[in-house]
Structures are given as C-alpha cells and as structure tokens.
Design a protein around this ligand. Structure first.
Ligand code: PCA
Length: 315
C-alpha cells in the first residue's frame, strides 16, 4: 500500500516541563497501521507550530492526520471533532504571543473529517470521550488551520490527552486504525426468542464461515431499518414470520476486509414452519456457551442470555 499517516504532538508549554503529546507522537513514529507508515512531528506551541501542518500540506499529502495535545484539566482522552473559530489565550504561547477573544478566520467553526459512528468508541483503549471543545489555545488553532486546508475526505481530528493515561500509544494506534479502516456495513442480527430460549443457526458448508453458529440476519437493504431488515432476512433464511421487539445493542466487528456493525434486536415468531436455506442446523440456546459462535456473536449471546428471563413470558 505504502500510504502515510501524520501524527503530531507538542513541546512543553506554560509551567509544564514535559508534554505527553510530543512523547506519544514520537513513540509511534515509523509504526505501520493497515499498511500505512507513521511520520511524527513535535510542534512548537505557537503560531508556527499551529501552521506547520497546513504549510506541509501544500506539498505533501497524507492518508490520515492525527494532532495530539495535552489537555491539562481532563481526566479522559478527548476526541475533538470541532475546531472553533476563536482564540482566547489564558497564557501567552511559547513565542510570547497573547490573543484575547479573536476569530481565526471569521469564517466559522470547522469540523473533523472522521466518522466516529464507525469507531465503537465505548470499547476503545482508555475510554476516550467525544468532545466539541478543543479549547481556545494552540491545540484548537492547530486543528483549525489544518482543517481549513483539507478539502477532501482525508480523515483528521485532534486527540487531547490527560496528564496521565495507561496506554496513550495504544489509543493513538487504535485511532489511526479506525481512520484507515473501511466504513461499517450495517447488518441486522435477530435474537429469535421462543419459550425462554434463543435461536442459533449454523452456516451451511456452502456458505462463507461454514460450520460456525450465528444469529440469523443479513445486510440492510437500501432504506431499511433493523426491524424491516430482520423481518425480511428471517423470512428468506428460515421461512419464519417474526415481529421485532427491543434492541439488544450494536456491535462493531472488524473482519479485516470488511467491518460490520451488527444491530441486534429481539424477534418473536408469529407464524411459519422453519425451513433452512443458508444454514444446516439450528439450536435453541438457554445460555451463551452451547455452540461455537462466529466472531462477535459469542458476546451477543452473552448479552441476550443476561436479559433472557425478562422475556420468557412474551407471547
Ligand atoms: N496543549 C495545549 C497546546 C499544546 C498542548 O499540548 C492546548 O490544549 O491548546
């Protein structure tokens, strides 16, 4: 592939003698994520540092850009999605520049080009949070100046790190992986619940992932929601008419070539005689460990088992 990713951090500023962001940026230098090599830069905490990347982009291009900075008052890493069109410094920057309440361009706020809906944030390293406030200092200025010159889909965002964090390097690499991976394919998975048990179906020898057990379902068709997708798929796969109930949750699973977002929903049989089309066996489960589940379906089976008694009396 041979793509390139730019990761920047900052020098110390204010009363700090170190800056975790610069150290973390350097720690990932030369690492390879999804065939892309990381280039690292430590930026000065001033206008020159804030403009370094936008200047670089005049002659170079990257497949993803992550700016990292220290957020001294944060307890969690923050994924900044917005660069505000304002600078309002509490302390001068490292060049002595002091700015009070001034716009950067006067053209309004700018927004990151990443799609966090595809990221499974809840399961990421060190529990990052989404933020729309990168401050009014050099970090915000840097994101603003970079976003203002990106006019394509190049993923770029700002990662604000707390003073102390268990695995900042791991989180940065994970963010880059999310930026470079294909967008999620939405797939419905039905937890068919009947007489206190839920249905597992084994994929036929002729199917991809043959022999593994899964929840019936499939890809959303144009305009479908989870319920419509499952009613159609379960009819096609099992010849059962079902109604849908509560959502069980969403799981994102990376198969390498494709990333699937599974939308899991309770289903209840209305009518029909089960006939298998893409499966060769079914099993009514009372617990999560009765079959060899495909990929994330094990975790889903655990989630369903945990709530199962609630639904034993459903019609
Ligand atoms: N944090 C500062 C600037 C440099 C850094 O690491 C900020 O949050 O703006």
């Amino acid at each position: 592939m041979g793509g390139r990713v730019l990761v920047t951090g900052f020098e110390p500023f204010g009363t700090h003698t170190t800056n975790v962001s610069g150290d973390v940026a350097l720690s990932v230098e030369q690492s390879v994520v999804r065939g892309h090599q990381i280039e690292s830069l430590v930026l000065s905490v001033d206008k020159e540092g804030a403009m370094k990347t936008s200047n670089l982009l005049e002659t170079k291009s990257y497949d993803a850009i992550v700016h990292i900075g220290l957020a001294e008052n944060s307890t969690h890493p923050r994924i900044e999605l917005r660069a505000k069109d304002i600078l309002d410094f509490r302390i001068p920057d490292n060049s002595g520049r002091m700015i009070s309440n001034k716009t950067i361009s006067g053209n309004g706020d700018l927004f990151s080009t990443i799609n966090v809906d595809d990221w499974d944030i809840e399961r990421m390293i060190d529990s990052p949070v989404i933020s729309n406030d990168a401050g009014e200092y050099i970090c915000n200025e840097t994101l603003y100046r970079t976003l203002s010159v990106i006019n394509d889909e190049t993923p770029c965002f700002f990662l604000h790190l707390p003073l102390q964090q268990a695995d900042a390097k791991g989180l940065v690499l994970q963010c880059i992986d999310r930026m470079l991976r294909p967008s999620c394919l939405d797939v419905g998975a039905g937890a068919i619940i009947h007489e206190g048990k839920f249905l597992a179906a084994r994929r036929s020898p002729s199917e991809k992932h043959a022999g593994w057990w899964e929840f019936p379902g499939g890809k959303f068709e144009e305009g479908e929601d989870t319920s419509q997708c499952l009613i159609r798929e379960i009819k096609e796969e099992l010849e059962l008419d079902v109604s849908t109930g509560k959502s069980v949750g969403k799981w994102i699973f990376d198969h390498g070539d494709v990333v699937v977002r599974l939308h899991v929903m309770e289903c209840f049989i209305l009518s029909g005689e089960m006939k298998l089309h893409v499966h060769d066996r079914v099993h009514w489960c009372e617990g999560p460990n009765e079959v060899d589940w495909l990929g994330p379906d094990q975790e889903i089976a655990e989630a369903i088992s945990a709530r199962l008694p609630l639904h034993q009396n459903h019609p």
